[in-house]
Ligand binder design. Structure first.
Ligand code: NAD
Ligand code: IPM
Ligand code: MG
Length: 361
């Protein structure tokens, strides 16, 4: 198979984890006789530095002309003081909007060998396997008006939370479709006791649910959901929710797996190529130290192979290789207990490659 991949390393640890993931992809290419062409492009802080904009037109074009997109992370203290339309994060948001990457799938799977790496009790997280389906191109991230002004000498900031019925419908449908091929259970998370947008959300969920009679579903308020994630995480199968709730709940959920550095994601497009990225950020506190956990990005690649290219065997081999590395106790600092030896980004990556190459094709 021959595919082109737009590669957007971004800032901080972004370039480190992307480099690691592509090294692994090179191994897959060699082992399974595929050709992956990488087309590099700038986004975020690096793009501001080099092109005075967080999302250059060339980057957008490169993404549109590729079969899939791999992204590291954007942002960092260097750009924190810039006005909001010039921030690195704005580049990512514009990219999501331009490519209509409306469905962000964030699988949360607890590896057997990492049970003790989570702050939660092993018996509580054993068997955790659910997916957060996060709406990614609507809600308070994009609503208008969004402004700062003075009202009778009082300084004021406004953000707007908007959802159309259509936007809700398409993401909820994704959630139900996914549940259908999993354990057939949807938890829709909202704040319908307060927000009008959540009341519309609930109505739409009730309607869409009728099309999937074999899937059971429920509504859950977001504050309760945040608590249930810790109390009984094995309860969940597919959790579908709006943009900001999904952002917050997925960082919380990542700790069930032991680290934010473990959670991959796929941002599926309504119109063109989809984007694959770890859920974590640019981690400025460890950037440049060869310390970042590359597994979230490597797992995002496994999602790309499976969802975008239909390469199930390769994706499974990659998951298997990751599991073997963790079983051997080889892990980056974020997963190691205090006083226990930990490995560099490169060492973990090389070990994944080593494990991959031992899998017979
Ligand atoms: N998708 C993205 O590009 C994305 C996502 C989240 C945050 N950000 C941006 O990243 C910058 C830093 O944000 P933050 O510090 O709040 O969140 P962060 O996710 O970058 O880091 C939070 C904590 O988790 C650790 N961490 C994150 N990824 C890790 C990994 N792979 N391996 C080991 N440890 C890891 C970091 O060291 C840090 O202590 C901000 O500018 C933010 O806007 C970008
Ligand atoms: C960087 C930021 C805009 C982004 C988000 O909030 O969507 C990030 O936190 C994520 O989870 O991908
Ligand atoms: Mg986030």
């Amino acid at each position: 198979m021959k595919k082109t991949i737009a590669v957007l390393p971004g800032d901080g640890i972004g370039p480190e984890v992307v480099k690691a993931a592509l090294k692994v992809l090179d191994q897959i290419a060699e082992q399974y006789q595929h050709q992956f062409e990488y087309r590099y492009a700038d986004i975020g802080g690096i793009a501001i530095d080099l092109h005075q904009t967080p999302l250059p037109q060339r980057t957008l074009d490169t993404c549109r002309q590729s079969d899939a997109i791999l992204l590291g992370a954007v942002g960092g203290p260097k750009w924190d003081q810039l006005p909001s339309h010039m921030r690195p994060e704005k580049g990512l948001l514009q990219l999501r909007k331009s490519l209509q990457l409306f469905a962000n799938l964030r699988p949360v799977t607890c590896y057997e060998s990492l049970l003790e790496a989570s702050p939660l009790k092993p018996e509580r997280i054993k068997g955790v396997d659910f997916v957060i389906v996060r709406e990614l191109t609507g809600g308070i991230y994009f609503g208008e008006p969004r402004e700062r002004r003075y009202d009778n000498d009082e300084e004021l900031a406004i953000d707007t939370l908007t959802y159309t019925r259509k936007e809700i419908e398409r993401i909820v449908r994704k959630g139900f479709e996914l549940a259908q091929v999993r354990r057939k259970k949807v938890t829709s998370v909202d704040k319908a006791n307060v927000l009008e947008s959540s009341r519309l959300w609930r109505e739409v969920v009730d309607e869409v649910a009728k099309e999937y009679p074999e899937v059971s579903y429920e509504h859950m308020l977001v504050d309760n959901a945040a608590m249930q994630l810790i109390r009984q995480p094995t309860y969940f199968d597919v959790m579908v929710t709006e943009n900001m709730f999904g952002d917050i709940l997925s960082d919380e959920a990542s700790m069930l797996t032991g680290s934010l550095g473990m959670l991959p994601s796929a941002s599926l497009s309504a119109i063109g190529p989809s984007l694959y990225e770890p859920i974590h950020g640019s981690a400025p506190d460890i950037a440049g130290e060869n310390k970042a956990n590359p597994l979230a990005t490597i797992s995002s690649l496994a999602m790309m192979l499976k969802y975008e290219f239909g390469l199930e065997e390769e994706a499974e081999a990659l998951d298997e290789a990751i599991e073997s590395v963790l079983k051997k106790g080889i892990r980056t600092a974020d997963l190691a207990s205090a006083g226990v030896e930990y490995h560099s980004t490169e060492a973990v990556t090389n070990e994944v490659i080593e494990q991959l190459s031992s899998i017979r094709v």
